[in-house]
Structure formats: C-alpha cells, structure tokens
Write a new protein. Structure first.
Length: 389
C-alpha cells in the first residue's frame, strides 16, 4: 500500500514536470539575470578596450615593412592552426566541358590537399594564352547548397543546382555571373567550393546550424575550419598559377561578402596574388561587435581564427597586402557593415599604403548600394583588373 502511494506521488510529480515543460516548449525561456545580449557578452566594451593590436604596423615597433609583413603573416598562419598536408600531386582531370561565347567552360577535379579531391570550374578564353587569371572566391550568404556556382554559371548539373545558382546570381550579382563576365573579357577564371559549401557539404544535406557544430568538432581535433578555407585558397592559387594557359605573373583574386574577406586575406598572405578586389566586407572589430551600432558578427566560425584578434584587427591584416594594388568597395546601405567601421578601417589601411609611398595603389570606395555586387560594381572590378593585371 505504501509503495503504491509513493508511486502515485512520483507519477504525479513527473506528469506535472512534463506538463510544465510542454507549456514552455516553443517559447523563449528567460532569466532575470543574464551575461550575454545580442550574441555578445555584456562586457564587450571592456574586452574591446583590452584589444591593443600589438602586431599592427603602428604598434609593433617594427620599422621595416617587409619584416613586419613577415611577422604578421606568420602570426596569421599560426592562428589558422595546423594546415591540411599537401597532396603528392594536383592530378587534375577534366570531367566536363562546354563552349561558351568567347571562352570554354571546364569542370575539373584536382587534389587541393591530401584530404580533399575537389571539383572546380575553370573558364579559359578563346585564343592564344597565357592569359591573366582570377581566383573567384564565393560568398557565404547563409546559403551552403552552392559555392563555386555562385561565381560561374554551372553546367552538367541537375536542374536544382542550376535554378538555385541562377536565383542567387539574380539576387546578389545583378543577374550576371562574375566569372563568365570576366572570361568574356580575356581572363582565365577559377572557382571552387569552400569547405561545407556545394560539393564539399554534409552527406545529410544542408543545415546552416550544423556549420558551427562541425567547426567546433574540427577545433576539438586541433584544426580550424576557417583556417582550412584559407589554406585551400592559398593552395588553389598555387594550382591556378601553374596551369599552362595562365600567366603566373598576372594572377588576382576577387570576391563579395565572405568572398571579399577571403580575397583580402588571400592577398595579404600570398605573393602569387598581384592584385585583389573585395566587395562588401571590411570593418573594425570596435564597430562590428557593438551594441551601440546594433552589430554582431554573423559569419560565426566562417571567419574565426583563434586568438588572432589579440594581435591584429581586420584592416591590419588586410594591410599585409601592401603595396600591391587593392580595390575595396563597400555599400553605404549595407546593413551588415556600418559606414563608421568601414571608414575607420579604410583610414587605417591608407596609412600603411601612404607610408610606403604607394597610396594610389589602394582604392577604397563607398557606393550607394546594399550588401551586393551588381553589374556596375563588376564593371568597376573589370576596369581595376585591366589596369593592374
């Protein structure tokens, strides 16, 4: 009898707890006290005051630019953590091709590292090379189903991929594929998927929320997913430069949004890149992680290198690309990057190029555009590439 009574009490308590949980399910549970707001800590301003950026050229105490560049690059590479080992050979294979107006489109496969054999698109202008070449670095957009197809019109793919790519080009790029546009004007154009995009995604399918979990698991393995993306950008540039139709002394890179971040990072780290263009990704940490500007970093692990902000801010890293010609375009209507942060970053970068006596090589422009890379912007990029490649 006593056991039955105890069982009844336990059952009632369990049903009460289950009912209480069911009532809260689907609702945001809040406590009166908290320590994070807008996905940043409430003490964010204190943390930012502690970021003194001792490896910026201004604060490093190093007078020689080349010595500073060497030390700065070494720190960035260190924060990218252990790289994937290089493959024994590129082992490039053409798996499909299509003749287009003024150029040929190739779908290729090659070993970007010892772990990953990747697919990529390669556009080769008609005529006799070698030609100038551009590594086209695709955006994030919280859209992982396509990667390289955001930059170069796909072919030989299923209808879902093509329709998705066309819609993306219409939304962010003014209906014009940047790679096809540049190829028609005489540039070899290359684009491949970053890890987690396109044909390098999850077996189970696309889920943006899983990106951060996978990145965390990579960290548990002592590796960094963002770092792998940058290592791949470096290696793919080496691959591009050695192709017989490419003039290795005229290789550049271009990207929008996360592709812009990848573009100035690649320009900063690689001497193979002679010039770069970055659209709608430049700011300072002070503004980008700020309740005053209503901002937080949305890219998450996609542009997170452990500990790097203890040494250098975004414009300091981009300045490692000096004195090579660089084009930065940002949008005054870009809700992701407040103008204040863009202007502050541009000013810091100009100090470096000016100090080297190459101020004209750095072109920074604010356009009346949202977060986008439309036809007019692409025309400006073509003009810039023609001048510098």
């Amino acid at each position: 009898m006593r056991n039955r009574k105890i069982f009844s009490i336990v059952l009632a308590a369990t049903l009460f707890a289950a009912n209480a949980f069911a009532q809260t399910k689907g609702k945001v549970q809040k406590r009166e006290k908290y320590e994070f707001e807008m996905e940043i800590p409430t003490y964010v301003e204190t943390l930012k005051q502690e970021l003194t950026y001792p490896l910026s050229w201004e604060h490093s105490g190093i007078r020689s630019f080349r010595k500073w560049q060497k030390r700065g690059r070494a720190k960035v590479l260190e924060c990218m953590l252990t790289p994937p080992p290089q493959a024994q050979s590129w082992d490039m294979e053409v798996v499909d091709e299509e003749q287009r107006e003024g150029y040929k489109a190739l779908k290729i496969q090659f070993n970007v590292n010892a772990y990953s054999r990747v697919s990529a698109y390669l556009l080769v202008p008609d005529g006799k090379g070698p030609f100038p070449a551009v590594n086209l670095l695709h955006d994030h957009g919280a859209h992982l189903f396509i990667g390289k197809e955001k930059m170069i019109r796909p072919f030989g793919e299923n209808d879902e991929v093509t329709a998705d790519a066309d819609a993306w080009a219409a939304n962010l790029y003014g209906g014009q594929y940047m790679g096809d546009f540049l190829a028609r004007h005489g540039y070899v154009c290359f684009s491949m998927d970053a890890p987690m995009w396109g044909e390098r995604g999850r077996k189970e399918g696309v889920d943006r929320q899983k990106y951060d979990i996978i990145a965390g698991n990579m960290m548990m393995l002592g590796r960094n997913l963002c770092g792998f993306m940058h290592w791949d950008d470096l290696r793919s540039t080496d691959f591009l430069a050695q192709l017989p139709m490419v003039d290795a002394d005229r290789v550049g890179c271009v990207g929008c949004s996360m592709g812009a971040y990848r573009s100035w990072m690649l320009s900063a780290l690689s001497d193979r890149i002679k010039t770069g263009a970055a659209v709608c990704w430049m700011t300072t940490t002070d503004v980008q992680l700020s309740k005053a500007y209503g901002r937080k970093e949305n890219g998450g692990f996609a542009n997170c290198l452990p500990g790097l902000r203890q040494y250098m801010d975004y414009p300091h890293i981009a300045s490692l690309a000096a004195p090579k010609p660089m084009l930065f375009i940002s949008g005054m209507q870009d809700h992701l990057f407040p103008v204040k942060g863009v202007e502050d970053a541009f000013a810091q970068m100009h100090q470096v190029w000016d100090r080297l006596g190459n101020g004209k090589n750095l072109q920074t422009e604010l356009w009346h555009i949202p977060h986008s890379c439309g036809v007019d912007v692409q025309n400006r990029i073509l003009e810039f590439l023609n001048e510098n490649l």
